[in-house]
Design a binder for this molecule. Structure first.
Ligand SMILES: [Fe+2]
Length: 459
């Protein structure tokens, strides 16, 4: 491994000869990404992934500018690998489709006999996470994940929904036990979370629901996409004395001017209309059950589309979103996520207080109210949860305006949102990407900045 690191270092020095190079441990970068953007003065930080620098789970304590590691669990005792292996066994791609397994789990019975068979695979003792049967990419001894093992028997015998539900339940139990044990030991009630396992929005809800936990925050780019920011923050704050601060929004990516958008449209010969108040027009189209691809402002940082590179639709019936899934060739078990006006959120979600901040970034689920269930059923999962984005005027004025106008017209403060991309392609970035994806997807409308483009299927 050292040899590999030397090779990386050599390459980096060639690429950036003027730059200083500092090493920061992988899980410390995850921890720093969450703690130094949380705005919390004191917090327990938990990171978890498949592995990084041989570590798979880390517990840190942060107070003021100082953050230090207090415990490490080492690979192969890995929460991330546990979930990845499950994802592969259920016929999906580990490391990529874990979100589908989470969606699937809600359709299963977490108390089915599968649970008793698998609960020994993952254990928490004190601050230590154990996966006693795991070794490298397979599982040793009883080999539950290898061929002719417990896992192949489970897959043959039980519904995959029940298997997913049992694994998700054990996953939640082990992480929440870790949270309880850390809280008991350090007497701190705020938690910051990062690392790929915290892309699991239901897990994050369970962490927040642990009795005694007052606040929770998940770094919006919780996977390895966030370690560059975390490494830079760690060094800057610890060595240069800078201060961290809460993230006001996640619109940190490339932005394009109106001129660039107009040029892209003209170059492609695409007819368009200019709307000074495009937000009003988009809200109107949503009430007519149209799906609108929206491209506006700076692109989102992290894995979630938060309105600027999104496809949006009304959430009044599951039919429109089923149609969209079909059109996009997606096999999602999770419904599309809602975006909700911040000031109306307590009417839609239960137990929000203390988790409004992560909910800006769509990183945590909540139980839904009857109002949400009846008014926006397309955004509510079969287990009655949703993973909303709460929007206020300061973080994204134009997107907020669409919601506000839609609310005026319908009395419903939520719409549904999914990432603007074609099947298995990355999310669109530039106006050219947006036009291409819009045309390939045969979508209803594209709102590109102030320009409205009608799909070929519209009169
Ligand atoms: Fe990682």
């Amino acid at each position: 491994m050292t040899l590999l690191y030397r090779r990386y270092e050599k390459r980096l020095r060639e690429m950036f000869p003027q730059a200083q190079l500092h090493r920061v441990e992988h899980h410390l970068t995850h921890a720093a990404s969450a703690y130094y953007t949380s705005g919390f003065e004191k917090a327990i930080v938990i990171t978890g992934d498949a592995w990084g620098d041989f570590v798979s789970t880390m517990v840190c304590l942060g107070e003021g500018k100082k953050m230090r590691a207090v415990h490490r669990s080492y690979y192969p005792n890995s929460l991330g690998h546990y979930y990845q292996s499950l994802t592969n066994w259920l016929g999906f791609r580990g490391g990529r489709h874990e979100g589908k397994i989470l969606g699937l789990a809600a359709f299963g019975d977490p108390a089915s006999p599968v649970y008793d068979e698998i609960k020994g695979l993952l254990v928490c003792e004190g601050l230590d996470v154990h996966a006693p049967y795991m070794m490298g990419k397979i599982w040793h001894k009883k080999m539950p994940f290898a061929k002719s093992s417990m896992m192949s028997k489970l897959v043959a015998k039980y519904k995959r929904e029940d298997i997913a539900a049992a694994f998700q339940r054990r996953f939640e139990e082990v992480v929440t036990t870790l949270v309880k044990n850390a809280m008991e030991r350090f007497k701190v009630d705020s938690f910051c979370l990062a690392g790929g396992i915290f892309a699991n929005v239901k897990l994050n809800q369970r962490v927040f629901e642990v009795p005694g936990v007052k606040r929770v925050y998940i770094f919006p780019n919780m996977g390895d996409g966030g370690v560059c920011a975390g490494g830079a923050l760690y060094y800057d704050i610890n060595q240069n004395g800078s201060r961290g601060s809460a993230l006001p929004h996640a619109y940190l990516g490339p932005d394009y001017t109106e001129k660039q958008m107009e040029k892209a449209l003209r170059d492609k010969g695409v007819p368009f209309e200019y709307h000074k108040e495009i937000e009003v027009k988009v809200a109107e189209l949503l009430t007519q059950n149209k799906v609108v691809a929206r491209f506006n402002g700076a692109m989102e940082y992290g894995p979630r589309a938060l309105g600027n590179r999104s496809m949006i639709a009304r959430g009044r019936s599951r039919r429109s979103t089923a149609w969209l899934n079909d059109r996009l060739d997606r096999t999602e078990f999770m419904p599309f996520a809602p975006v909700t006006l911040m000031e109306e959120a307590p009417r839609c979600y239960k137990n929000l207080s203390g988790a409004e901040y992560p909910a800006r970034f769509m990183t945590i689920t909540f139980d839904c109210t009857d109002f949400m269930r009846t008014k926006s059923p397309a955004a509510v999962h079969v287990d009655n949860t949703a993973r909303p984005q709460l929007i206020d005027e300061q973080s994204n004025a134009s997107y907020y305006r669409i919601l506000k106008e839609y609310y005026k017209l319908t009395g419903i403060p939520s719409i549904v949102n999914t990432s603007f991309n074609m099947h298995e392609e990355p999310i669109v970035c530039s106006p050219e990407d947006a036009i291409r994806a819009f045309q390939l997807g045969h979508l209803d409308y594209l709102a590109l900045g102030p320009f409205l483009i009608k799909g070929q299927n519209q009169n």
